[in-house]
Design a protein around this ligand. Structure first.
Ligand SMILES: [Fe+2]
Ligand SMILES: [Fe+2]
Length: 301
């Protein structure tokens, strides 16, 4: 499958120009914007308790406050580690997208700007992971190993849909975390910086995705609906099911079982996917036949 150079689009061009201006005005350097040396408060949460996988389960009821805070620390570290990997994947996909283009226009310049943002974010997440000091788990092999091969099949729709899946879901969690005064100031600062720059990435991906879908033939669109849903069913669970229970001294099988059947966690996933599912349905990228795969990843009821 070949990668196609994008079709001219005055709307996408205007969006890219607006985002380039916004990036020039409001881009942040995490090295200086964030107080990396601020001490961590022993009783503050690292992630909103209601968003933790075990919240409200029998295991949760048996934990004291300190153990619950430790769980929040590990689940925050999981999100951050996954974000790092997905942003590295985005950079790789964007580089391939740009290399397939004949010339570099405003849309390409914005894609390059976004790659620059992600480079800073990945470094910022690395520093946060150092402070969180939790064991680093690799991306599961069933995602990591086939990624290079799958990436070669990505075209415009898949590229921007995959970026949007990860960005919209993470955005939902981080917008809430940055406002939550019960959380560690360091975590809130990282979320605030990330949300502010990712809002531009979401706008870019939405505009490009709309354009790509509008131009797609029926066959191409049908293929991409299925491919996107398959992609989500493989990758989203890795992001939204933190499984660090062994590191916390919990029985991993019991904890995993309670997390998977936790109605609070199920509601959290639906909440996390709300905006994404509404948008992808609106642009005709989700139809009835894809619902089972979207349900499988937990983002759709
Ligand atoms: Fe990012
Ligand atoms: Fe991004």
């Amino acid at each position: 499958m070949t990668h196609q150079a994008p079709h001219p689009s005055p709307h996408c061009d205007a969006v890219a120009r607006r985002l380039l201006t916004a990036s020039a005005v409001r881009s942040y350097d995490p090295r200086t914007e964030i107080d990396w040396d601020a001490p961590l408060a022993p009783d503050l949460w690292f992630w909103p308790p209601e968003r933790l996988t075990l919240y409200g389960t029998p295991l949760w009821d048996r934990m004291d406050h300190r153990q619950r805070v430790t769980l929040s620390r590990h689940e925050a570290a999981h999100m951050v580690r996954m974000a790092q990997w997905f942003e590295l994947a985005t950079i790789r996909l964007f580089a391939r997208y740009l290399m397939a283009r004949d010339g570099l226009d405003a849309r390409a310049f914005y894609a390059l700007t976004e790659m620059g943002d992600e480079t800073r974010h990945i470094t910022m997440f690395g520093r946060l992971l150092d402070r969180l000091d939790c064991r680093i788990h690799p991306m599961p092999a069933h995602i990591r190993l086939p990624f290079p091969l799958a990436a070669a099949c990505f075209q415009d729709i898949t590229l921007f849909a995959s970026a949007l899946i990860f960005e919209e879901v993470l955005d939902r969690y981080q917008r809430e975390a940055m406002r939550d005064e019960r959380l560690q100031p360091l975590v809130r600062s990282v979320c605030r910086l990330h949300v502010s720059e990712e809002a531009r990435h979401v706008s870019f991906a939405r505009a490009e995705l709309c354009d790509a879908v509008r131009r797609a033939s029926r066959g191409h669109l049908a293929f991409n609906r299925s491919f996107t849903a398959l992609l989500a069913s493989y990758t989203v669970p890795a992001l939204v099911h933190p499984d660090r229970f062994g590191d916390l001294g919990l029985d991993p099988r019991q904890a995993r079982h309670q997390a998977r059947h936790n109605p609070h966690h199920r509601d959290t996933l639906l909440w996390a996917g709300e905006k994404l599912i509404a948008f992808l349905t609106e642009v005709d990228l989700i139809k009835g036949p894809q619902h089972p795969l979207w349900r499988h990843c937990g983002l759709m009821a």
